[in-house]
Design a protein around this ligand. Structure first.
Ligand SMILES: [Zn+2]
Length: 247
């Protein structure tokens, strides 16, 4: 393929994207480095093709850049997060209200609705930034909530965890480490409180029983006699919650 003359739609660098033509490169690629996305164009690749490639992979590269630049670990962008009108929160659908202000910082508040304030001009980063802010807020809230529930159930059988961590978990709702650290999936903040309580109790009981033996389940039942209802809720609705948030 011949190099197309750059007449229409010339490739230009935006703030974070730089273009590099390379005689050595074998294929089009996006290289993500701290503070910079580099589009590498091999000899003989047309601009239209390079542009199409860039558009296709830009969202990925920008999310990767956020991860490299910083702070929290990467959250896979959930499609159209900011376009939603509602979000699940503690077992109910409540309104999602997004506000944009010229110089506002990112802020989250949850009452009878989820309020997210965003700075203007985020463009295609909007979903990523909003979801990340929501995740950070929810995780902090949930950590406190899990601590309260653990406190409530600990005395009955003297089951005391070491640390509580709220995390993104792809296939599990919770886990209990060998040193009795308890990990809880952040999505449980979106499920009914009784389901969250069941998972906390389930992980606490693993401190005493490191398996799913009858002894384990009778320990769970000692704390929550009707736990089967919550277990069933997770089986019925858990998969959908994980899919909805693309985690
Ligand atoms: Zn278990």
């Amino acid at each position: 393929m011949k190099l197309a003359p750059a007449k229409k739609q010339p490739l230009t660098s935006t703030d974070s994207i730089q273009i590099r033509r390379s005689a050595k490169a074998k294929r089009l690629r996006l290289a993500v480095k701290p503070g910079l996305i580099e589009l590498v164009i091999p000899k003989g690749v047309a601009e239209a093709q390079a542009l199409a490639f860039l558009n296709q992979h830009k969202a990925w590269a920008e999310a990767k850049l956020l991860e490299l630049n910083g702070k929290a670990s990467l959250i896979p962008p959930t499609e159209n997060f900011t376009a939603r009108s509602t979000l699940p929160w503690r077992g109910k659908e409540i309104p999602l209200l997004i506000q944009e202000a010229p110089s506002s910082r990112v802020r989250v508040a949850v009452d009878e609705a989820v309020h997210i304030a965003l700075p203007q001009g985020l463009k295609e980063m909007r979903d990523e930034v909003a979801l990340r802010a929501f995740y950070v807020w929810v995780s902090r809230w949930l950590r406190g909530r899990v601590a309260l529930l653990a406190e409530r159930h600990a005395p009955l059988c003297n089951l005391r965890q070491r640390e509580i961590r709220v995390k993104r978990m792809k296939t599990r709702w919770g886990s209990c480490g060998p040193r009795n650290d308890i990990n809880i999936n952040w999505l449980l903040a979106l499920a009914p409180e009784s389901v969250l309580e069941y998972v906390v109790v389930h992980e606490l009981c693993h401190i005493a029983e490191r398996n799913h033996s009858p002894a384990f389940w009778s320990l769970v039942a000692k704390h929550l006699p009707h736990y089967a209802v919550e277990r069933r809720w997770l089986k019925l609705h858990g998969g959908e919650l994980m899919r909805r948030f693309n985690l």
